[in-house]
Ligand binder design. Structure first.
Ligand SMILES: CC(C)(COP(=O)(O)OP(=O)(O)OC[C@H]1O[C@@H](n2cnc3c(N)ncnc32)[C@H](O)[C@@H]1OP(=O)(O)O)[C@@H](O)C(=O)NCCC(=O)NCCS
Length: 166
């Protein structure tokens, strides 16, 4: 059965952290500012146009530190999930604001993305990480050297050099 529930808020010393699917409501400018402020290495130069494309083809799950009236609030966490709906889903942009780390925000967002109805009926989830393995092994993710297949990739820039892309 599909689980449509949004995660319960996390209560922290700074206030309540609420979770939402903001795929269609978030301003890409706010995302750009958040990622620049958090100095996330893989999105330093991501443009607003790129953010709009990413939001059009994947789901953006957020965490916000809510003010007293419970509306809106500062963006403090994101996870983006892309899915082909039948075979594979991939997690991207798992980020927590530096001053809000260690509260379980990323764990909650990743856990939610794994059961999010927008992902459809896939057979597996994948992701890439440099040093946050501990966050994912608790959900069963394994490093590629533990798997029976190898992960291969080529960057668009190399394809361009090879004349395979303009
Ligand atoms: C990795 C990150 C998203 C974790 O966010 P968080 O909200 O603090 O995570 P949680 O509070 O849910 O912690 C979950 C676990 O992740 C692990 N973890 C947290 N931060 C980590 C980090 N920087 N590196 C490695 N593991 C980390 C811890 O083992 C923690 O387990 P614990 O609860 O037993 O201590 C956050 O540190 C971050 O935004 N880092 C910069 C961006 C990044 O590297 N993202 C991951 C891309 S794959």
């Amino acid at each position: 059965m599909t689980d449509l529930s949004t995660p319960q808020p996390i209560v922290s010393a700074k206030g309540q952290v609420a979770f939402a699917d903001e795929t269609w409501s978030i301003d890409p400018k706010e995302l750009q500012i958040f990622f620049q402020a958090e100095a996330v290495f893989w999105t330093a130069n991501r443009t607003l146009k790129q953010w709009r494309h990413l939001l059009a083809c994947s789901r953006l799950l957020t965490a916000r530190l809510q003010p007293g009236d419970g509306k809106g609030g500062r963006l403090v966490g994101t996870t983006r999930v892309w899915s082909d709906q039948a075979y594979e889903a991939k997690l991207y942009d798992v980020v927590t604001a530096k001053d809000m780390m260690g509260l379980g925000i990323a764990t909650t967002l990743v856990e939610w993305s794994l059961r999010h109805p927008g992902v459809g009926d896939v057979q597996r989830f994948v992701l890439e990480t440099r040093d946050a393995m501990n966050l994912y092994t608790r959900f069963g993710f394994k490093r590629s050297e533990e798997l029976e297949t190898v992960h291969m990739r080529v960057d668009a820039a190399e394809l361009h050099e090879r004349g395979l892309r303009q």
